[in-house]
Design a protein around this ligand. Sequence first.
Ligand code: GUN
Length: 303
Amino acid sequence: MPEAKIIDGKAIAESVRDEITRRSAALLDSSGKRPGLAVVLVGEDPASQVYVRNKDRAAEACGFHSVKHTLPAETAESDILALVERLNEDPDIHGILVQLPLPDHIDESKVLRLIRPEKDVDGFHPVNVGLLTAGERASALVPCTPAGSLVLLKRTIGESLSGLNAVVVGRSNIVGKPMASLLLQESCTVTIAHSRTKNLPDVVRAADIVVAAVGRPEMIQGDWIKPGATVIDVGINRIPAPERGEGKTRLVGDVSFEDAVKVAGAITPVPGGVGPMTIAMLMVNTLTAARRLLGLTEEAPLF
Ligand code: GUN
C-alpha cells in the first residue's frame, strides 16, 4: 500500500507569510501605514504564553506594528473591557486578539463582543460568525484555524472541492462550526459529527475530506479512513511518552497517524500541519482588516 502524501503545513504557512510580508511592504510603500496587531494575554497559562509570543514574533516578521498587552490573572473584567475599548479607538491598531481561555472571573463572551467586528482578527464576534454562516465570507473575518485548514485542502486537492463529502469531527465555535460553514460554501456535502454521533467510524468512512477537531488523542483510527481521503488533523494533544524517558511527553493529533497514513491519500502531521497555518492566517486577517479600515481595495484572496 503506498503511503499518503504528507501535507507540509510549515512550508505552506511560510509561503503564505512571505506573500503577506510582500503585501505589507507594498502597503507601507504606497500609504505609509503598517498593519497593526494587538494581542492581549491575561494570566500565566504556559501554552497561551507560547502562542502569544509566536503571534507577536510572526507579526514583526511580516513588518507589522505589533503590540502585546500582558495582564495579571487577577485583572478586573472592567479593566480588560477598558483596554479593548482603547484598542477599538486606536487608529494604529487594525487587529485585536484576546487570547483564550480567560480567567474564570471574566465573561469571555462579553469581552469578545466588545471587540469591533472590523478588528476581530479571530473571527469570533457574532457579526463575523453571522457573515460567514450567511455565505458572505468575502466581507467577514474568518477564524484562523479553519481558514488555514481550507488553504491546506486547496493546496492539496486543488481549487475546487465541489461535491466532495466532508466530515468535520467536532462542533466547537473556534473550529468545527466555522470549518463546516467554509466547506459548505465550497459546495462540499458537509456532515458535522461529534461525541454523540452514532456509528462514528462509518460516518467518517464516507468522507473524501476528514477534518478532525475533537481534542481526543488519536481517536480517529486508520480503518475509519476511506482509501485516498484527505485528512486534516487539527488536534494538538500532549501525551506521556515513557519510551523517550521518564516524565517525557510528545504531541499527537486527533487521528492515529501511523495507521491513517497507510490509507489516506494525503494527511497533515502533528506537529507541522495545521498548527503553523493558524498564525499565518492571523497575519492574513490582520492585513485584510488593515486594508478595509484604511478604505483600500481588497487584494486577491489567499483562500
Ligand atoms: N486559544 C486557543 N486557540 C485560540 C485562538 O484561535 N484564538 C484565541 N484568541 N485564543 C485561542
